[in-house]
Design a protein around this ligand. Structure first.
Ligand SMILES: NC(=O)c1ccc[n+]([C@@H]2O[C@H](COP(=O)([O-])OP(=O)(O)OC[C@H]3O[C@@H](n4cnc5c(N)ncnc54)[C@H](O)[C@@H]3O)[C@@H](O)[C@H]2O)c1
Length: 472
């Protein structure tokens, strides 16, 4: 049974709760705080909270929610944020939950739950993906919405953070069922999203077509509004360069980091996990710049070549066969060995949590570029830092996608389309500037790049919040 103790903290002029319980409950208490923070009782995770250190040290290993929360709190301590402001920054602006009932193709009625978590709008309209996945979990969506707030601030684009989704299996739905579901979801939330309010984008299980349906349905209520979503088809106002943007941003970020060490992509060896949208663009652009991609993997297998894989040939092969298996320009390898393969730069572009306490000590790369979200779990982070591996954090490294989404929104509002060269040049400018801003935070706070990025993002949101005046 949890023991609940009421304490009065000096720096918080209202009653707070400290919960003396095993860490498992503390974790859910942390979640509870996220979900219900607007209630007058506020859980106390400040310096005096009895269970904080135990909860934090164990919760970090658990999931994206815990990882994001931990990084936020560390950044907040480094910045010396007032505890009231810290709490306020964690509380989502709005949580939307709707039932989406549609007729299936066979005439039966089915209902799906849709969420939209709008985390923060201090710096501008909230921005984030909509995912269709059977395990859409409100806690995870909450963490991802929060992460978007810090990510858009790191990239210095005038947005806040949001995330949403529908708990469904998109592969089990026909195209017309998906369209009906998307339209019903849009009907339920159209008053709460908008060009200057909340701008959705594609995520897992959704794509440009999904955005086209949202745009069409939203426009029935509000008039033609291409800027209400990004990641649209080009024919409906999508941006040139958006498809490659995340991978291209990863490469610009890598170049900015390497330049700090008097290195360049050319001549270095790269290992890339994942050969989907992000991984294939990273591989292509590294290859174009004279970098040697010596191993690549995807869900079908892994291939290596110490002399460098011919990436254009591998792309053709994958296009033709749908697989990396059997590619004659290299030897097949154990995909589990890929992450610990000898190389200069390791670029995880697939799943979260792939670098963990089991394999971190064996990683041989000198640099890790986190193109995927959460590829390094916090225990691995610690092991790698001790080994002197330089890690470029996901919150910055994969921000190229949302940055070009911002350019898409700007073009829609301007009613003027940029050419691809302009999109790429602006992307490079934003990614390079963000790197230098992160570096300044690292110097100011004597911290690593992950904390440099978090302090940069959190500080910008905190400043905007204070300037607006947030105590109603
Ligand atoms: N696409 C974007 O704009 C974007 C933006 C920010 C972050 N990200 C993150 O980047 C990562 C990749 O996204 P994406 O859009 O390229 O997805 P994708 O679905 O296009 O590609 C994922 C790739 O990972 C591979 N993969 C899956 N399981 C694997 C395994 N066990 N071992 C090796 N490879 C495996 C798949 O085969 C595929 O090649 C994700 O973490 C995503 O959240 C993507």
């Amino acid at each position: 049974m949890p023991v609940v103790v009421l304490v009065m903290t000096g720096w918080l002029s209202r009653w707070s709760l400290a919960v003396l319980v095993p860490w498992r409950f503390s974790c859910s208490a942390d979640r509870w705080f996220y979900m219900h923070g607007k209630l007058s009782l506020v859980l106390d995770f400040g310096p005096h909270a009895v269970c904080r250190s135990q909860a934090v040290s164990q919760a970090v290993a658990m999931n994206a929610l815990a990882g994001t929360s931990r990084n936020f709190r560390l950044a907040s301590r480094l910045l010396g944020l007032d505890s009231k402001l810290e709490k306020s920054l964690l509380i989502p602006f709005r949580e939307i939950k709707v039932e989406c009932t549609i007729p299936k193709d066979d005439g039966t009625l089915v209902s799906y739950v849709g969420f939209r978590i709008q985390h923060d709008n201090a710096r501008g309209p909230m921005k984030g993906g909509i995912r269709y996945h059977p395990e859409v979990d409100p806690d995870e969506v909450n963490a991802l919405a929060q992460l978007m707030t810090w990510k858009t601030a790191v990239a210095d684009i005038p947005y806040g953070g949001a995330k949403g989704g529908i708990g469904c299996s998109p592969r089990e739905l026909s195209k017309s069922e998906l369209e009906r579901l998307t339209r019903v979801f849009t009907q339920k939330i159209h008053d709460l999203i908008g060009i200057h309010t909340d701008v959705p984008a594609p995520d897992m299980g959704t794509n440009a077509q999904t955005m086209a349906w949202i745009l069409d349905e939203y426009s029935k209520f509000h008039g033609h509004s291409p800027a209400v979503v990004t990641g649209k088809p080009i024919d409906l106002g999508g941006s040139l360069g958006r498809e490659a943007a995340t991978g291209r941003g990863v490469v610009y970020a890598t170049e900015a980091l390497l330049a700090e060490y008097w290195k360049a992509v050319k001549g270095l060896t790269f290992v890339i996990q994942g050969f989907g949208n992000v991984g294939s663009w990273v591989a292509r652009l590294i290859h174009e710049r004279g970098g040697k991609v010596i191993a690549v993997s995807d869900v079908t297998g892994a291939v290596k070549n110490p002399n460098g894989i011919d990436i254009p040939e591998l792309l053709k092969y994958k296009e033709a066969t749908g697989s990396l298996k059997g590619f004659s320009g290299g030897d097949s390898m154990d995909p589990n060995e890929l992450l610990v393969h000898e190389c200069d730069v390791l670029v995880p572009c697939a799943l979260g949590g792939v670098i963990n306490k089991e394999n971190a000590a064996d990683v041989k790369a000198k640099f890790i570029i986190e193109a995927a979200n959460h590829p390094t779990d916090p225990e691995a982070d610690e092991i790698l830092s001790k080994k002197g591996v330089i890690m470029l954090p996901d919150i910055y490294a994969n921000a190229g996608g949302v940055t070009v989404s911002y350019f898409e929104w700007v073009q829609n509002i301007q009613g003027f389309m940029w050419d691809e060269d302009k999109v790429n040049k602006e992307l490079k400018r934003y990614m390079t500037q963000a790197f230098h801003n992160i570096k300044t935070m690292c110097q100011t706070h004597q911290c690593n790049l992950r904390m440099g990025a978090f302090t940069l993002g959190v500080n910008r949101v905190a400043r905007a919040t204070l300037l607006r005046g947030w105590e109603a």
